[in-house]
Ligand binder design. Structure first.
Ligand SMILES: [Zn+2]
Length: 111
């Protein structure tokens, strides 16, 4: 029979992971993937990129259903996307911590 969830039985450490998760979940964007800064030449002979100052762009690269996909991140979106990528990673680390604690409870048969 499943023990009902009781947050008062959690350790202080686990409560703190969980409240950080709740904080992030309610107030942040999330985006999974890796940012890639690229520079390129457009090929136009008179463009500034022909003489060395290349065009810079940022792409978000993500693996989905076993395939890589990528999307260009416009300048106006870059701060938001960098933050969303970083918050996604932090959320993942926090959930992993909570999962690990539950693994230990299962292993020790201590609900
Ligand atoms: Zn160019």
């Amino acid at each position: 029979m499943a023990e009902p969830f009781n947050r008062f039985k959690l350790s202080a450490a686990e409560r703190s992971f969980r409240s950080r998760i709740a904080q992030l979940a309610s107030g942040q964007w999330f985006l999974r993937g890796t940012l890639s800064d690229r520079s390129s030449k457009c090929g136009k002979p008179n463009c500034h990129c022909a003489s060395g100052e290349t065009h810079r762009s940022v792409y978000l690269v993500q693996s989905r259903a076993g395939k890589l996909r990528q999307i260009c991140v416009p300048k106006a979106w870059q701060d938001r996307v960098r933050q969303a990528v970083s918050d996604y990673q932090q959320m993942q680390r926090l959930i992993e911590e909570v999962s690990e604690l539950e693994w230990t409870r299962l292993q020790e048969r201590k609900p």
